[in-house]
Design a protein around this ligand. Structure first.
Ligand code: AMP
Ligand code: GLY
Length: 423
């Protein structure tokens, strides 16, 4: 069948790369895609969140499966619209996507289902929020409740540090409507893990654990980003921990959603802090992670289309996913300045040399083709991903590959996966 992927980031290139390997995939379309997906299929000049245009393209191109990558179109009801047109669509309906798109709703659902998470208060008024944070004697985390591309979260080790972000979100409205409601929660400590699971409304199929690196700087310093690198599997989530996460987090939240609005279908992503008191949820996402998907797809040995169709047809119980046992490490190369303002249009060289090393795949994110050359077109530009016999070997190979790639003002963290090596 023909398959259409909505999105154009690193996650979508990684999904496209894996989907294109499936016997079930005839023609692959990406809307809008990037320079990487252009090599695997046809890019359509349609924005990832243009629901009517995606539905029209899916009909016109005789698409049998639409895969929605990013959160915005999911929250806006793309799955509902594609299904209404009689086309299979991978992802949750808008009500399911609310778990990510509305952090206040997610908090309340977690509370109702006794899912472990940080204690939190929800505010719509700056004065009340400010009074609250200044009454705390521990660190707090301020979060814009709506979608803010991973940038709407401010970790404040001292309560007074929360005042400025509250003002930016609530008065200056730097995240627009996404900051109308603010969640203020207790600061948790521990290692973070990303647990992704396929859900078909009946079954939950947990994928291999990953660890992301959200802050822009080495040693987890600086502002939060969409994610500067990831690796999988992570030794901090062993079999026992995974079973606990399934029991205490995934099963109760999926049940709570079923009670609240119906079946959650698609990929469910739990961002967790592994605290001394056990795993606690930092956030839920209603989609595959970016950049977690890059190392994950590098290790995924089965047919991803089979798993996506099984998810849509409520048959996850019938499939078995095989993984490459070798770890994969993905280092994000970003445009200098990201997550703040940055230049675009810089020529990228060295990708072929990096991939020629073997066991290296360079996933494109913010890239485009201009005058026949691959150029930068976004904040996160590439996800340089490598397999190795150990995490240390995968990390070494990933950085060797990074060092073969050049564009002006390229920036990457130099410590991706270090945490796994310190264990
Ligand atoms: P979120 O988008 O809610 O996952 O938050 C982005 C990042 O902020 C997380 O990956 C953590 O690094 C950090 N963070 C969020 N909530 C907390 C919390 N309650 N305690 C400590 N760090 C947090
Ligand atoms: N890597 C974090 C996210 O996908 O939201």
């Amino acid at each position: 069948m023909n398959i259409l992927i909505a999105g154009g980031g690193g996650r979508e290139h990684a999904l496209a790369w894996k989907i294109a390997q499936s016997d079930q995939c005839d023609k692959l379309y990406c809307a809008p895609g990037n320079a990487g997906t252009a090599e695997l299929g046809e890019n359509l000049p349609i924005k990832a969140d243009d629901i009517p245009a995606i539905v029209a393209a899916a009909k016109e191109k005789n698409v049998g499966l639409v895969v929605v990558g990013p959160e915005d179109p999911l929250a806006a009801g793309m799955v509902d619209a594609v299904r209404a047109a009689g086309i299979m669509c991978f992802g949750p309906v808008a009500e399911g996507a609310r778990l990510e798109a509305d952090k206040a709703f997610a908090k309340e659902l977690m509370r109702s289902a006794s899912v472990p998470t940080a204690e939190a208060r929800i505010f719509k008024d700056l004065k009340n929020a400010r009074d609250y944070v200044l009454s705390r004697d521990h660190g707090v985390v301020v979060k814009a409740a709506g979608l803010a591309k991973g940038k709407g979260v401010f970790v404040c080790p001292e309560p007074h540090m929360a005042v400025k972000p509250l003002e930016q979100i609530m008065t200056e409205k730097v995240f627009g409507d996404a900051g109308q409601t603010v969640v203020v929660e207790d600061l948790l400590t521990g290692q973070e893990a990303s647990i992704l699971a396929l859900c078909d409304g009946r079954n939950i199929y947990t994928l291999e654990a990953c660890q992301d690196h959200k802050p822009v700087g080495d040693g987890d310093t600086g502002p939060n980003t969409g994610g500067m690198g990831a690796y999988s599997p992570t030794p901090i989530v062993d079999g026992e921990m995974m079973a606990k996460i399934e029991r205490e987090v995934l099963v109760p939240i999926v049940d709570a959603m079923r009670r609240s609005f119906g079946r959650y279908e698609g990929c469910l992503y739990a961002g967790l802090m592994l605290t001394p008191a056990g795993p606690k949820v930092l956030e839920f996402n209603c989609r595959f992670g970016d950049p977690e998907t890059q190392p994950m797809m590098m290790r995924y040995k089965s047919d991803i289309v089979e798993a996506m169709v099984a998810t849509c047809e409520h048959k996850l119980g019938d499939i078995e996913i095989q993984w490459d046992p070798r770890p994969a490490v993905c280092v994000v190369m970003a445009s200098g300045g990201y997550p703040g303002p940055y230049e675009k249009g810089r020529e990228i060289t060295g990708i072929a040399e990096a991939e020629a090393m073997g066991d290296v795949k360079v996933f494109h994110a913010g890239t485009a083709i201009a005058d026949g050359k691959v150029v930068t077109a976004g904040g996160r530009v590439l996800g340089v991903t490598a397999l190795g016999e150990t995490i240390a070997a995968a990390q070494k190979r990933a950085y060797e590959a990074v060092d073969k790639i050049h564009f002006q003002d390229a920036y990457c963290r130099r410590d991706i996966a270090d945490k796994a090596l310190q264990e």
